[in-house]
Design a protein around this ligand. Sequence first.
Ligand SMILES: Cc1ncc(COP(=O)(O)O)c(C=O)c1O
Length: 393
Amino acid sequence: MKIPNPPRTARGRLKVAGLRAPLPTRQDQPGRPEQTALPQASEAEQSEQIVISGCDYLGLSEDPVIRKAWLEASASGPLQTGASRATTGDHPWYRRAEATTADFLNEPAAVLTATGYLASLAVAQGLRDLATHVVIDESAHSCVQDGARLSGLPVIPFASGDARALRSVLRGLPPSARPLVATDGVYGIRGGMAPLTDYLQALPASGWLWVDDAHGLGSVGQTGRGSPEFFGLRDSRLIRSVTFSKALAVAGGAVIGEASLIEHIRTRAGAYLGSSAPPLAIAAAITAAVVRVHRLPGRVRRLQELARRFSTALPTRPEILNDPRTPVTAIHPRDADQAQRLTEALTQAGFVPPWIRYPGGPGGGFFRIALKATHSRSQVDRLSRAIRAGFNE
Ligand SMILES: Cc1ncc(COP(=O)(O)O)c(C=O)c1O
């Protein structure tokens, strides 16, 4: 599709996309029904240009408490320890971030990695001498796919979200198999959730369910503890990787689960052994961010309420992928004209059009909308009206 990647501002985007011509007004469209009018932002709102992209789901990226922890740590200690933690680079702040994360998620242990991407590689590398196959939800994030490939184990994909397809793959494995089933908890590109309860039920006692909950942490589950909390799952076969760069607004990643599995990762995974942990200020900020989410259950509820509200107001159309349980919505326009109309409608209503290209999404690009707990209800309502207008509804 010929819609270019949006530059930094919507104004810049209009220029590149050749959309500078005046947008149609209601007077230009005689006979059109009332609801096709583009929703207008007030002057103040227009100057604001509301961001509806990214992954700052809880709106914590400017949080003063997390910022203070970050700044104080960088002012008071070394910036980093200059080595892998498996050699001379360990520090109590890393261990504190791990203990806080494990506690928060009600799991026995956690191990920190420099990024969320590395957390996924660490799971696959850590379990490669325990598991015999990786059975992977075909929509899993590229870091899960890469981890699966790097493990050197046979990798078998199954249709995304389809527990029957998973069962059928598992039935075809030899009785001695120890499958590592891999999936995202919340699908970050299109929204929606993997049916983890069904996946776990399909799993033999000798297997593991690896959930990359990068987009679930902070956004789903009654208190933001993620997809396992949403489904009420506690199981020693569950292992999850997370990133702190999304709802927790910091950086770094972690793997969380059974103590023996986490120890296995610490002693076997190159992504942990051969990589320095994140800077110490990041470790301090991770601890602060986890505590912050624990203390702000209202933020999580608010995000979830907005997601449901948005979902109810959205039109039902094949181009729109939405799940009221998650803050992410994808819109795959049918053609460039439709993309252009949506761009206009969103811009006119005061939003930065969230047009992206991303591994796993449609090659030509798509709109990926991410709600934040700090959006107002009226902004969310205006957004759904803008989308309707963009579809001429
Ligand atoms: C599902 C998923 N897992 C992992 C990551 C990687 O996290 P990080 O950016 O911390 O490396 C991402 C990043 O977008 C993601 O969407």
